[in-house]
Design a protein around this ligand. Structure first.
Ligand code: FEO
Length: 619
């Protein structure tokens, strides 16, 4: 008998749950089952979004018959061809031979690969629409989220995003349908993380691109192909996706994964965990021979620091650890600090081999401190273990800032515009690495103490100047004055020093005694500083620095953020009085910066306020 759930007046869930499947995709255990979601829209035309896995085809077909209540099925939108969503396609066509398949060209190719059926499909592409009566459906391509043919669909009337695999979770629905009907954080977030990281974790760039596209839509509900429908607190899951897709850790803490045949490597891992806990650091531990790699991968995406401890086996890494490390590399793990412990009774090689594999990952910092055990840990080696714990502890800064800050993840109670009520100044931050000079605009320089004379700056890690300061430990601040023209801001703020010479064409070459350039003419002073300390805040690094030199250049007042907006930043054209050709582009909702061009790169960061692409809207 049918088992359907009503979502809105004319949208019905017609999917089904499977609690018998042992290994999803043949790889991932799903002890709590999984749901295969399908949705039926009952507009003037009837529209089915995807089908289901073969395991639940019968219930699915019963659901459709009931939900249609005698009506014909007009459209089948195929968003994803993986068989957990397409296996019932052939059965559906037998029962509804007149249904019009709506898909993109890649999907049609895959239909021919999976089935021996000739389908005269309605082929759609990016931004195509389908009107079904009251509703208009917009098609958005989402390649590699999770297969190349994937697309998602936006109902602009009810503001629903049919998100294919995106925003899904493992776990059967157990009578609920909406995420707000359950304690999602307590009961399902771990499985949502395991689902995301293992299924699409490798494709963070593509997921982030889709998030960028989605950010321009007014989304009130998300209907994924697995797991719960989101109708409330959408940012709870979207902010997680921003973190996961950018490989930012969710929490400061250490995940220790170990492979130990006779318990000696485990012993070292346990002692390290105790040392870390004594320092107040959160730890989780996994024996990779008994915990499935999908759980450990999910944990690696969650925690900021990773320790791998492995015995040597057949002159290599122990099998289960090697599998895990290969999996982590395949899933593109990034932005982590890693420590390695090895064991070997005669020729320990596992540590070096683990390092070699992880070194290929982006932005992985592998600690020099290491421990090589010969059979069993000896008291004389405890200082080495303590050194690892000390270094990890030193590597921790303050708690991880919300990684998605500035990318649309703030709760509704926080209006980011409030941050601009601070009386920020604007500064050109300059640095020098070898013969390379570079600079960028920042608004985050303040004096910290008078004795010693120290200042602090917060610099986005995406800035090339940031990397130069990390490397050299020195920088200059030019405090911009009210006579600074807009061109100074475009020169230093609207382009990347990685691709251009920001000082190209300038007629000055003034430098302080540290050899770093400053910006005369438009600044009222220049300050040189040497980094004393730095703090990792996810997207930014805060540098605290000793002032080593300062020069007053003019009596012009300093530019404040407000002054910049009121007097320097060009005003947008008034289309009523200046019906100039409409430019294609995007405007930052936070600070008003205009990006000219289309599309806006999904990883674009506002050069002024450093907010991400999700805070831009079309001109
Ligand atoms: Fe749920 Fe990529 O299939």
């Amino acid at each position: 008998m049918h088992c359907t759930k009503k979502i809105t007046d004319d949208l019905i869930w017609v999917g089904a749950n499977d609690r018998r499947v042992a290994m999803f995709e043949g790889v991932y255990s799903v002890p709590d089952g999984v749901s295969y979601n399908s949705y039926l829209l009952l507009d003037d035309k009837t529209v089915l979004f995807d089908t289901v896995d073969k395991a639940v085809t019968r219930r699915f077909l019963e659901n459709i018959v009931f939900a249609l209540d005698g009506r014909k099925l007009d459209y089948l939108i195929m968003q994803h061809m993986e068989p957990d969503h397409s296996a019932a396609f052939e059965e559906l066509l037998i029962r509804y031979p007149d249904v019009k398949v709506v898909c993109n060209a890649k999907t049609q190719t895959m239909i021919n690969q999976f089935f021996d059926i000739d389908v005269d499909a309605l082929i759609v592409k990016e931004n195509d629409t389908l009107n079904t009566g009251k509703h208009t459906l917009h098609f958005v391509m989402a390649p590699m989220v999770h297969w190349p043919e994937v697309m998602v669909t936006y109902d602009s009337v009810d503001k629903i995003l049919f998100s294919a695999d995106g925003f899904g979770t493992f776990g059967a629905l157990n009578g609920a349908l909406f995420a707000d009907e359950v304690d999602f954080n307590a009961d399902y977030m771990n499985e949502a993380r395991r689902y995301y990281t293992n299924i699409v974790g490798k494709y963070g760039t593509q997921v982030h691109a889709l998030l960028g596209k989605a950010s321009s839509l007014d989304i009130q509900m998300i209907c994924p192909l697995h797991g719960f429908v989101w109708r409330k607190n959408l940012m709870d899951i979207i902010s997680k996706y921003v973190q996961w897709s950018t490989y930012q850790p969710e929490e400061n803490g250490v995940m220790i994964a170990y492979a130990s045949v006779y318990g000696n490597t485990e012993n070292a891992a346990e002692i390290l965990a105790c040392l870390l806990r004594e320092k107040g650091i959160k730890t989780v531990m996994y024996d990779v021979s008994v915990t499935h790699a999908s759980d450990v991968i999910a944990a690696a995406f969650r925690w900021s620091h990773l320790v791998f401890a492995s015995t040597t086996y057949n002159a290599g890494i122990f099998v289960s650890m090697e599998e895990l490390i290969n999996d982590l590399v395949a899933h593109n793990i990034q932005n982590r600090t890693v420590a390695v412990i090895e064991n070997g009774s005669w020729a320990a090689t596992s540590g070096g081999l683990i390092r070699g594999k992880l070194e290929k990952c982006k932005n992985i910092k592998i600690l020099e401190q290491t421990l090589s055990i010969k059979s069993g840990l000896k008291a004389a080696q405890l200082p080495e273990l303590e050194a690892i714990a000390d270094t990890i502890s030193e590597d921790f800064s303050l708690p991880v800032a919300p990684a998605a800050a500035g990318q649309g993840s703030l709760p509704a109670s926080i209006d980011p515009v409030a941050m601009f009520k601070f009386s920020y100044g604007l500064f050109v931050l300059t640095a020098r690495d070898g013969n390379k000079d570079n600079g960028c605009i920042i608004n985050t320089a303040i004096q910290v103490t008078a004795t010693p004379l120290r200042i602090s700056i917060a610099v986005n890690k995406a800035n090339y100047t940031h990397d130069m300061i990390v490397k050299t430990g020195e920088f200059n601040i030019s405090i911009l004055a009210t006579n600074a023209p807009f061109s100074v801001f475009t020169q230093f703020g609207f382009q990347s020093g990685k691709e251009t010479d920001k000082f190209s064409g300038v007629d000055y070459d003034e430098r302080t005694s540290n050899g770093i350039r400053y910006v005369p003419g438009f600044s009222n002073c220049a300050i040189s500083a040497k980094v004393a300390d730095s703090y990792d805040y996810g997207t930014h690094t805060i540098f605290v620095a000793d002032v080593t030199e300062s020069i007053v250049l003019s009596k012009e007042p300093s530019v404040t953020y407000q002054y910049y907006f009121d007097n320097i930043k060009p005003k947008p054209q008034n289309p009523a009085t200046e019906p100039a050709e409409k430019k294609k582009g995007y405007v930052c909702k936070i600070c008003g910066y205009v990006y000219e061009g289309d599309p806006l790169p999904s990883d674009f960061i506002c050069p002024l306020c450093k907010h991400g692409a999700t805070d831009f809207e079309p001109l």
